[in-house]
Design a protein around this ligand. Structure first.
Ligand code: HEM
Length: 370
C-alpha cells in the first residue's frame, strides 16, 4: 500500500463519506425567528421533501443507465436482465414514496397552517428532478396540462429547460423501448405470417362471443344490442393492429403513440411470453407498466393528501390545487399503449401455433434443438 492510499483509508469516516455535515445542516425552518419559536411540523415537511429529492436522484441514476443500455443498435440480451433489476429497484422506490405520504399525513391541516405562509411562492411544481423523471420515462410534452398559462418548464433556468427538452425529444425510455421493439427479429420469420394467423383467430373468437350474446337467455334484446355494439368498438381496436393505415391514423389523431411495428412486437411478446426467450422482454415490459401505474398512484395519493391539507384552497405555486393535481393523475400517462395491448389478447386456446423452427429459435440456447 502506498502513502496516498494509506492516507485515504486513514481519513475515511462514516460522517465524511456521507457528507452528513452538509445533509444534517440543511433543515432551516423558515417559521423560526428571534420573536417566534419554529412551527414544530415544519421539520417534518422539510425532511419528507428532502428524502423525496434524494430518492429522485437514485431513480434518475437508474433510468439514465437503462436508457443507455438500450440506446444501442443491438441490445445485448444480458442488458435486459440488468435493466429489469434496475427498473425493479425503481418500482420499490416508488412504493416507498407512496408510503411516505402517510408520514406527511401525520401532520394535521392546522399544523400545516402554522408555517404554510412562509412557503409562498415555492411549490413541488418547481422540482426539477421530478420533471426530469417524467421526461426520462417519456411523458409527451404536448400531453401536459399547463397551469396558470405556464409551460411546466417555465420555472427553470435556460440550461435546465434545454436539458428537459433534450430528454423529452431524444433520450427517454419510451423512445428507447420503441426502437428496441421495432428491431425485434422474430416478427418476420420465414413463411410465418403471424398477422394472418392472428386475424383468423380474432375472427373466430369474435364470432364465438357474438353467438354467445345472441343465444343468451338472460339478456334482454336491448342489452344484447348494447353488448354487440360494444364488441364493435373492440373490433375497431383490432383493426389498429391488423391494418397499418388505421394504426397510422390513430397515431395522427393522438389516440395511439407506439409505432405499428413496436406495437406488433409488444403484442407477440405478450401473447407468447411463456416462450423462454420472450420471458425477459415480457418482464421488462411489465416493469414499464408497473412504473407507469405507480407514478399514477403517487399522483392520486398526493392529490388526496393535498385535498386533506388544503380543501379547495389554491396551491402555493398558484395552481387550482387538488383539481390540477387530480387532472394530472388522469392524463399524465406514459406507457398507455402497453396497457392497451390487453385489448388485443386472445385466449391461449385460440392462439396461433408457432412453427417448430421458430419455437426452437425462441427456446433457450442450451436446449437440444439449439
Ligand atoms: C402538505 C404537503 C403537501 C401539500 C399541501 C402539497 C401541495 C401541492 C400543490 C397544491 C401542488 C400543485 C402546484 C401548486 O399550486 O403549488 C403540488 C405540486 C407538486 N407537489 Fe406537492 N404538496 C405537498 C407535499 C409534497 C411532497 C412531500 C412532495 C414530494 C416531493 C410533493 C411534490 C410535488 C410535485 C412533484 C408537484 C408537481 C406535480 C405536477 O405538476 O404534476 N408535494 N403540491
Amino acid at each position: 500500500m502506498n502513502k496516498d492510499s494509506n492516507q485515504k483509508y486513514a481519513t475515511v469516516h462514516y460522517k465524511n463519506y456521507l457528507h452528513l455535515d452538509k445533509i444534517l445542516d440543511a433543515q432551516h425552518l423558515r417559521s423560526a425567528s428571534p420573536d417566534n419559536s419554529a412551527a414544530h411540523e415544519e421539520m417534518l415537511f422539510i425532511i419528507v421533501h428532502q428524502s423525496y429529492e434524494i430518492w429522485f436522484k437514485q431513480i434518475i441514476h437508474e433510468l439514465e443507465s437503462v436508457i443507455d443500455l438500450f440506446d444501442n443498435h443491438k441490445v445485448d440480451e444480458r442488458n435486459i436482465g440488468t435493466s429489469i433489476a434496475r427498473l425493479n429497484r425503481v418500482i420499490e422506490i416508488f412504493q416507498l414514496l407512496i408510503e411516505h405520504i402517510r408520514i406527511m399525513e401525520t401532520m394535521t391541516p392546522l399544523d400545516f397552517l402554522d408555517f404554510r405562509s412562509y412557503l409562498f411562492p415555492a411549490s413541488g411544481f418547481q422540482s426539477f428532478q421530478f420533471r426530469k423523471i417524467e421526461n426520462l420515462l417519456g411523458l409527451p410534452e404536448k400531453e401536459r396540462i399547463t397551469y396558470g398559462g405556464h409551460h411546466y418548464a417555465a420555472f427553470f433556468s435556460e440550461e435546465e429547460q434545454k436539458e428537459l427538452h433534450h430528454i423529452a425529444i431524444y433520450k427517454n425510455l419510451f423512445l428507447a423501448i420503441e426502437n428496441w421493439l421495432e428491431r425485434t427479429p422474430f416478427l418476420k420469420f420465414g413463411d410465418f405470417k403471424f398477422l394472418e394467423y392472428y386475424k383468423a383467430s380474432v375472427e373466430r373468437m369474435v364470432a364465438k362471443e357474438e353467438t354467445a350474446i345472441k343465444a343468451s337467455d338472460y339478456l334482454t334484446a336491448q342489452q344484447k344490442q348494447m353488448r354487440l355494439k360494444m364488441m364493435g368498438n373492440t373490433d375497431t381496436y383490432f383493426e389498429s393492429i391488423l391494418d397499418p393505415i388505421v394504426h397510422q391514423q390513430l397515431v395522427q389523431e393522438g389516440k395511439q403513440r407506439l409505432s405499428y411495428d413496436a406495437t406488433l412486437a409488444a403484442l407477440m411478446i405478450n401473447l407468447y411470453n411463456e416462450e423462454p426467450i420472450l420471458q425477459l422482454p415480457y418482464r421488462f415490459l411489465i416493469c414499464l407498466v408497473d412504473i407507469d401505474e405507480l407514478l399514477t398512484t403517487w399522483r392520486y395519493r398526493h392529490a388526496q393528501m393535498v385535498r386533506r391539507m388544503l380543501g379547495r384552497k389554491i396551491g402555493t405555486g398558484g395552481s387550482s390545487g387538488h383539481d390540477y393535481l387530480h387532472h394530472t393523475a388522469v392524463k399524465h400517462h406514459i406507457f398507455t399503449d402497453l396497457h392497451h395491448i390487453s385489448t388485443l389478447l386472445i385466449p391461449r386456446s385460440e392462439l396461433p401455433e408457432l412453427p417448430q423452427q421458430l419455437k426452437q429459435q425462441l427456446g433457450f440456447y442450451y436446449s437440444n434443438n439449439a
